[in-house]
Design a protein around this ligand. Sequence first.
Ligand code: NAD
Length: 375
Amino acid sequence: MLIGIPRETRAGETRVAATPETIKKIAASGKHEIVVESGAGAAASIPDADFASAGARIGGTGDALGADIVLKVRGASPEELARMKQGALLIGLLDPYDAAGLEAHARAGVTGFALEWLPRITRAQSMDVLSSQSNIAGYKAVILAAAEYGRFLPMLMTAAGTVKAARALVMGVGVAGLQAIATAKRLGAVIEASDVRPSVKDQVESLGAKWVDVPYETDEEREIAEGVGGYARPMPPSWMQRQAGIIAERCKQMDIVITTALIPGRPAPRLISAQTVASMKPGAVLVDLAIEQGGNVEGAELGRVVVRNGVKIIGIANLAATVPTDASALYARNVLNFLSLSLNPKTGDFAVPRDDEIIQATLVCENGAVVARKR
Ligand code: NAD
């Protein structure tokens, strides 16, 4: 079988779906040929020669896209789909919430696996691309905020006097939020954090941050807040209003605010109003990690750093791609672990286990049709 790794073509996408480490493992049985498009790893600082030493052939775009199994970071563009084989397996972040994009993949006749829909079960943790990439985004959000902030983060006692520690608020404490707390803590900030899911409180406190409580007033609110499968659900307007009031007050004290709140398949919840931003201290920095889903912060702009009343709002998309070498290393291992369900790296035997719940959950199109939505 031929396994292809094309160069990613989406603007700003620096990651690559395989690394020399994972190529070596896929190639170990000697039964399969691997072709990497020339330059596929360039933006992640992986030269063609390293892929070649790991056992891959370096080829052109058509070679990599024309393989039996294509490993990608992002879904294929119409031009890429036109170069793919009928029945080829495509594994990547295919954006299954985009119905038109999914339809295009189906029409091209590829068998698509969308890694966004990996179930959150223990066995799938090593394949969980959302977690591995959110972890990087949470880290980089703090680094960006620190770079844009005109003061120190840690408390310092110097001969020229004392510098106060920065105060940071993290909103949405999933994988990205937890890493943002841990990173801001290492840099010496004093941190508060809030989430709709009450189960997160202990994790926040164990990282040394203070939990910002938004009390529930009804059983319905409490029940919705528990979420499903580890993911949040949209909260009733009454709770959102209470949250906005509490957060508006906390924001007045904050130097850095990182927002990461997402609800799968829906626009990001609006957590911080323009009025709240206007009430913040000049020099404060907000980083909106939910910007691609519409943003948590009113006034945030996709791909830009905007300044409102002296407060900076960072809306840079795809932060994981700004740490391309490690993001690719982790993504490629996730993909290898997913591929290993079907392709035994030691023996080279290949068979897609159709009844495996991980395969069933991620299969989004085959034989020219979109597979029924599961979420
Ligand atoms: P996510 O990216 O979907 O959302 C980020 C956070 O935003 C979540 O914590 C969510 O509760 C929060 N949020 C949503 N609406 C909000 C609102 N109005 N106000 C405040 N916060 C709001 O989440 P994620 O990072 O993918 O992680 C979700 C959970 O799944 C985490 O607890 C994580 O530890 C868990 N997880 C489990 C596994 C597993 O295999 N068991 C794997 C990965 C993650």
